[in-house]
Ligand binder design. Structure first.
Ligand SMILES: [Fe+2]
Length: 293
């Protein structure tokens, strides 16, 4: 078997508003428009990633929150209705999702050998979280590639950013080793926003873009700092900045998704391609990808 590899890693945030505004047939609510900058950024990213012809999508989602260790989707197919608990008015999505169980088991085993607490999710009635679904859909709306779903074990909340960082490093190494041994070509997705302070009220029309802006200049400055490092290929510095960034910008990178992605790619020194930056209910979101040379 030939050596597998990580072809690319992308920051693929999951605000349900993006799917709502896209109006795919799977989603019940209908929108007029909205958040075009981010959606058109996703469009451009899709073109570039599709050209790489990857075999499998490996996604770590902040909204699959596990409290004892890191879990992996472990059933060949999941089908259900996903309803966003905060925005049921925007996201009621019928999904059918194929899982690469072999690769999931391989990453799980490698993570265990790194000393991480791990578990395979074998419940066929398990409802896949909306972060996994939205990032996967926006990246590959055809749903024709199998997925490996990885949970966030909330180390930042239970312990500290530093513990999250250590475990993300280990999980990243494990992910890379398992992919290389599998012979498969993988696309990794970190399903998180950057700054994550959001509005607490919603207008009558969710897609009213006259209301959409960053919640504060401080959040904006943090987002620009991280994006600048991405564009300069200084990914190790992004990782090192994580404790301050997560704390100051209330970042959804607290989930470990971005740290895991960078570690799995062994800290790319090539510039990331930044496709879009935009806010959703005031949170800062970047759509960007590192493609392995
Ligand atoms: Fe989220």
């Amino acid at each position: 078997m030939s050596t597998g590899s990580i072809l690319a890693g992308a920051l693929a945030p999951h605000p349900p508003h993006l799917i709502y505004a896209e109006n795919p047939p799977q989603n019940e609510p209908r929108a007029e428009c909205g958040w075009e900058n981010l959606r058109w950024g996703y469009e451009r990213m899709r073109k570039d990633l599709d050209a790489l012809d990857y075999d499998v999508i490996v996604v770590l989602s902040p909204h699959w929150q596990t409290y004892v260790g890191t879990h992996f989707l472990g059933v060949p197919r999941f089908e259900s209705l996903s309803v966003d608990p905060i925005f049921p008015n925007l996201f009621r999505f019928r999904y059918g999702l194929d899982v690469d169980v072999d690769l999931a088991e391989a990453i799980c085993a490698e993570a265990s050998s790194e000393g991480l607490v791990t578990q395979m999710m074998r419940n066929p009635d398990f409802r896949v979280d909306y972060g996994t679904i939205i990032s996967s859909h926006m990246t590959r709306p055809a749903w024709d590639k199998p997925i490996v779903g990885i949970s966030s074990c909330r180390n930042t909340a239970f312990y500290s950013v530093e513990v999250m960082q250590e475990q993300s490093l280990a999980l990243g190494r494990a992910t890379r080793r398992a992919i290389e041994a599998s012979g498969k070509r993988a696309l990794l997705l970190a399903s998180n926003s950057l700054s994550h302070r959001h509005f607490t009220t919603e207008g009558a029309l969710p897609e009213d873009m006259s209301r959409e802006h960053i919640t504060s200049h401080a959040m904006y400055l943090w987002d620009m700092k991280v994006i600048e490092l991405m564009k300069q290929g200084r990914s190790r510095e992004i990782f090192d900045l994580m404790p301050e960034f997560v704390t100051q910008a209330i970042s959804e990178a607290d989930s470990g998704a971005l740290s895991w992605l960078l570690a799995a790619m062994d800290f790319p020194t090539e510039p990331a391609e930044v496709y879009a930056y935009g806010t959703v209910i005031g949170t800062g979101n970047v759509v960007a990808a590192w493609t392995n040379p």
